[in-house]
Design a protein around this ligand. Structure first.
Ligand SMILES: *Cc1c(COP(=O)(O)O)cnc(C)c1O
Length: 379
């Protein structure tokens, strides 16, 4: 079986975690957490980074910090993971779903901006597949209207837009270190913040609503409850594991690039034949090769291809079920017809396997099997 994903291991995670055991300090917000935060601050060129237990947590921290709540509107694509939505749903904000571009599966900025109202407070682009929507247009619109951009950069660690790290282009950016991402620690995440003024509050919200971090820095002599916070950080074991991965980020990216390049080479003739389509790649983006989504002509071809690959022991993965027409979305009052472009494309997306345990020969096996499907199947 060629699995869709296998979490990468560098071989150094265990020895770093052993060092946590030797130190006897496990709970988090300790030396390993600090090292990882400093590492990310420097690699992202971000003024502030807080390590979290997940990207879900990072988005929730951003939503709490933003003060966006009842009566406020947040614009986000429907084509995303549900955490993008729940972060703001739980602060009481109204979710305004927008379309994605068919060429990139990223936010359709034109459509997003057409949904602005006097109540809009934030726009949440989701950097799907290590790509991005037009961040220049988005930043310009947000800047002129005083809106916050919260980037869901869960899939975008290492991706640059015009030389600047995704996740640092807006007010806040949330990253994921879930084991399905390029760089991971089992479960983990981070929030990058661009504004100095918000950092003190962010840190308190992150520290269960206390100013304990100030105690560590010797700024207060006892710590106390100062914010409506929660418990957002991971353990020191996760931070240590993550540092080993972050140190190998370039190596991981290189390996994925080799596989991704091979996919591009092999899929291009199939695209020319009209069998499928790959995502367009804006020249301002330097990607991290997170995913290889292909778009088929219909939902039934997509499903038949997935079954065909599975019979050849290849695991491919479906795209997102749009949030607005999911069971929760319908319960919130959205209707499937609200977003026709998203409804049309979502069931036609198939993600092909890409992970560091694969070689170029595996990419060829996948692509041969796709060719075989189109040459010999009835559809
Ligand atoms: C993976 C992912 C998340 C959730 O990340 P966790 O770290 O598992 O909470 C959120 N949004 C997007 C777009 C993702 O791909």
């Amino acid at each position: 079986m060629l699995p869709f994903h296998v979490p990468h291991l560098t071989g150094r995670e265990q020895s770093y975690v052993d060092q946590v055991f030797e130190s006897g300090q496990f709970a988090g917000n300790g030396p390993w957490t600090n090292r990882v935060q400093a590492f990310l601050q420097s690699s992202l060129e971000a003024p502030h980074v807080l390590l979290t237990h997940s990207c879900t947590g990072a988005l929730e921290l951003a939503a709490l910090l933003s003060g966006i709540g009842v009566g406020d509107e947040v614009i986000l694509p429907s084509y995303t993971f549900c955490s993008t939505a729940t972060a703001f749903l739980r602060t009481g904000a109204t979710l305004v779903f927008c379309e994605v571009e068919h060429s990139t599966l990223n936010m359709d900025v034109h459509d997003a901006l057409s949904r602005l109202t006097s109540r809009t407070r934030a726009i949440v682009p989701v950097h799907y597949a290590g790509l991005a929507p037009d961040m220049d247009a988005l930043r310009q619109a947000a800047g002129s209207k005083g809106l916050r951009i919260v980037e869901d950069a869960a899939q975008a660690l290492g991706v640059c837009w015009s030389g600047k790290a995704l996740g640092t282009l807006g007010w806040a950016g949330a990253f994921s270190f879930h084991e399905t991402k390029n760089v991971h620690c089992g479960l983990g995440g981070a929030l990058a913040l661009s504004c100095d003024a918000d950092f003190e509050r962010a840190e308190a919200i992150w520290e269960r609503g206390t100013n304990r971090s100030k105690l560590f820095r010797g700024l207060v002599d006892k710590y106390t409850w100062v914010e409506n916070g929660s418990s957002f950080y991971p353990t020191e074991c996760q931070a240590a594991f993550l540092l080993a991965q972050l140190e190998a980020q370039q190596d991981i990216e290189e390996r994925r690039r080799t596989l991704h390049d091979r996919y591009s080479l092999r899929l291009r003739p199939m695209a020319d034949l009209g069998w499928l389509r790959t995502l367009a790649h804006d020249s301002r983006i330097r990607t991290n090769f997170h995913a290889v989504p292909v778009i088929l002509q219909s939902a039934s071809v997509c499903d038949a291809l997935r079954q065909h690959l599975l019979r050849a022991s290849i695991q491919a993965y479906i795209g997102y079920v749009p949030l607005h027409s999911s069971p929760m979305g319908l319960r919130l009052g959205y209707q499937s017809a609200d977003l026709p472009a998203t409804e049309d494309i979502a069931p036609r997306v198939l993600r092909l396997p890409i992970h560091t345990r694969m070689g170029v020969a595996d990419v060829d096996i996948v692509c041969d099997s796709i060719s075989d499907f189109f040459e010999h199947s009835a559809c």
